[in-house]
Design a binder for this molecule. Structure first.
Ligand code: 5GP
Ligand code: MG
Length: 185
């Protein structure tokens, strides 16, 4: 759906579909240059990274790329991340000796990704980097080095392009903030 389909629920559009896709193509070209002819494994973090992954992988001009998925849930209350993570779905593949890029929708406190990088790092990949579409520098509690960052955004709750509010709005083509009335229901 487009912003016009839910204009009453949207407060403002932060990033249009065009801006998102253009930026992803630039980062894909960068990845292509960095890894040259090497095999890459993209590890998407469900469910938020589904859209980013779909567009990123199609923007790469190589067949030497595979996708795998992890689902994690962070313990703790409501919207704040505790850093204690549980694996709901692990990778199907082994990553030992492989070039891994973790693909995330958003880097907020950094707690989830810190845990994930430690977990994946213990499996002895050849290399491991982070691709995140969005990053909130003001919300960062632990520093996470992300090599590929789409956009730095203000510390606001955003939805769309894979990001949800109560599992909804993931299918919005752009990224935006929700009107206050949405949270009152
Ligand atoms: P962390 O705080 O551990 O860096 O982020 C954990 C997760 O919180 C992210 O992967 C994402 O699923 C969720 N999250 C953080 N900020 C936002 C946001 O602005 N909007 C939505 N929909 N999810 C967010
Ligand atoms: Mg996520």
């Amino acid at each position: 759906m487009d912003s016009a389909d839910i204009s009453a629920d949207l407060q403002h559009v932060l990033l249009t579909e065009e801006e998102l896709l253009n930026r992803i193509q630039i980062l894909a070209d960068q990845i292509q240059a960095d890894y040259e002819d090497e095999e890459i494994l993209l590890v998407g973090v469900l469910k938020g990274a589904v859209m980013v992954m779909a567009d990123l992988v199609r923007s790469l001009r190589t067949h030497k790329v595979e996708m795998d998925w992890m689902a994690v849930s962070s313990y703790g209350s409501g919207t704040t991340s505790s850093g204690v993570v549980r694996i709901l779905k692990d990778l199907d593949t082994h990553i030992e000796g492989r070039h891994v890029i973790v693909v995330e929708d958003i880097l907020d406190s950094g707690l989830t990704l810190t845990w994930l990088l430690k977990n994946l790092g213990s499996r002895h990949p050849k290399s491991i980097e982070v691709f995140t579409l969005l990053r909130k520098p003001e919300a960062m509690k632990v520093p996470v080095e992300a090599k590929y960052v789409g956009f730095d955004i203000p510390n606001e709750f955003v939805v769309g392009y894979g990001l949800d509010y109560a599992q909804k709005y993931r299918n919005l083509r752009c990224v935006g903030t929700l009107a206050p009335h949405v949270y009152e229901n």
